[in-house]
Design a binder for this molecule. Structure first.
Ligand SMILES: Nc1ncnc2c1ncn2[C@@H]1O[C@H](COP(=O)(O)OP(=O)(O)OP(=O)(O)O)[C@@H](O)[C@H]1O
Length: 273
C-alpha cells in the first residue's frame, strides 16, 4: 500500500518535524502539467535552493507553498500542519511565519522606504508607527543602509538598494521561514555577492529556514546548504550543496555546466541553429 501523503510528518532522526514537507504535489494549468508529484522536505534552519531551468515550475512551487495557487493533488505541511485546503483566514495565520524577498523587490512606490520595511509590522502585527519606524531603521542598518534612506521613495533607489530594502522587509517580522525568489536577478556580480552574504548572515541570525528559487548557480552555491533540482514536474536530485559537483546525476551535471548537450529537453523555439 502506498503511504498516505496526508499522514502526519514523520520525525527525522534528530526528532524534529520538517519545517516544510511536500508530498505528491501536482499542479497543472489546463493541459500544461507543471508539477507532477513533487516530494520535498526542508528541515528547520536549513537553506534549500530549488534549481531548474526557465519554466520548470519553480515559481509555481513557491506559490503553492504560499497558498497563492491551489494544487490539484498532494500535501504541503508547515510545522506538521496540512495547509492544502485551509481557508484564506487560516492560511493568513500560516503566512505570518513567512518572509519573502520577491524577484523585483516588489516595493510600494507610494510609500517611503521605512514604511515599506515596516509594512508587515504595522499591518499584521499591529505595531504602533513610531515603534515600527525604530525597528525598520534597525533592519535597514542590518542590510547596510543608513536611517536617512528610510525617508527616500523606492523610485529614488538603485537596483542593489531596492534588493537591500526588500531584504530588510523580508526579515522585519522575524519570520521563521524566508523565501527568496531569484534574489540576485538584475544585479551586477559584485552586488549579487553582497546580497547573498547578507541573506546567509541574516537568515542565520534569525535562526530562520530558507527556501530559494534561482537559476543563478553561483548564488545557489553561496546561499544554500542543500539543493534540489526540479525537472519535468519532479525533483530529480536532492542533496547537500557540498555534493553537487559529484551528484552523478546527468540532469544536474548538464544544468550546472550550462551546456546544451545532455538529457535536458530544450524547447525548440530556444534553438536558432
Ligand atoms: N497563473 C498561471 N496560469 C497559467 N500558466 C501558468 C501560470 N503560472 C505559471 N504558469 C506556467 O507554469 C509553467 C512554470 O512557470 P514558472 O513561472 O513556475 O517557471 P519558473 O521555473 O519559475 O521559470 P523562471 O525561472 O523562468 O522564472 C510555465 O509553463 C508557465 O507558463
Amino acid at each position: 500500500m502506498s503511504p498516505d501523503p496526508r499522514a502526519p510528518a514523520p520525525r527525522a532522526p534528530g526528532g524534529t518535524t520538517p519545517k516544510i514537507r511536500i508530498r505528491g504535489l501536482k499542479k497543472a494549468f489546463g493541459s500544461n502539467v507543471v508539477l507532477d508529484g513533487v516530494d520535498l522536505e526542508i528541515a528547520p534552519g536549513e537553506s534549500l535552493v530549488v534549481i531548474g531551468g526557465s519554466g520548470t515550475g519553480k515559481s509555481v512551487l513557491l506559490k503553492c507553498i504560499l497558498g497563492l495557487l491551489t494544487p490539484e493533488a498532494g500535501s504541503i505541511q508547515v510545522d506538521g500542519e496540512e495547509t492544502v485546503g485551509l481557508s484564506e483566514r487560516e492560511m493568513d495565520r500560516v503566512r505570518r511565519k513567512f518572509g519573502m524577498l520577491f524577484q523585483s523587490a516588489a516595493l510600494f512606490d507610494s510609500l517611503p522606504v521605512w514604511e515599506n520595511v515596516a509594512f508587515g509590522l504595522i499591518q499584521a502585527k499591529e505595531m504602533k508607527r513610531a515603534e515600527a519606524r525604530k525597528l525598520a531603521d534597525r533592519r535597514l542598518a542590518d542590510v547596510g543602509l543608513e536611517p536617512r534612506v528610510g525617508e527616500l521613495y523606492p523610485a529614488e533607489l538603485s537596483g542593489g538598494m531596492r534588493k537591500r530594502v526588500g531584504l530588510a522587509r523580508a526579515i522585519a517580522t522575524s519570520p521563521e521561514i524566508i523565501f527568496f525568489d531569484e534574489p540576485t536577478t538584475g544585479l551586477d556580480p559584485i552586488m549579487g555577492h553582497i546580497i547573498d552574504k547578507l541573506i546567509v548572515k541574516l537568515t542565520s541570525k534569525l535562526g530562520a529556514t530558507g527556501l530559494s528559487i534561482t537559476h543563478d548557480m553561483a548564488s545557489a552555491r553561496r546561499i544554500s546548504t542543500r539543493m534540489a533540482m526540479l525537472y519535468k514536474g519532479r525533483i530529480v536530485w536532492n542533496g547537500p550543496t557540498a555534493e553537487i559537483d559529484r551528484s552523478g546525476n546527468p540532469y544536474v551535471e548538464q544544468f550546472i555546466h550550462g551546456t546544451d548537450e545532455g538529457p535536458i529537453d530544450i524547447p525548440l523555439q530556444d534553438h536558432f541553429a
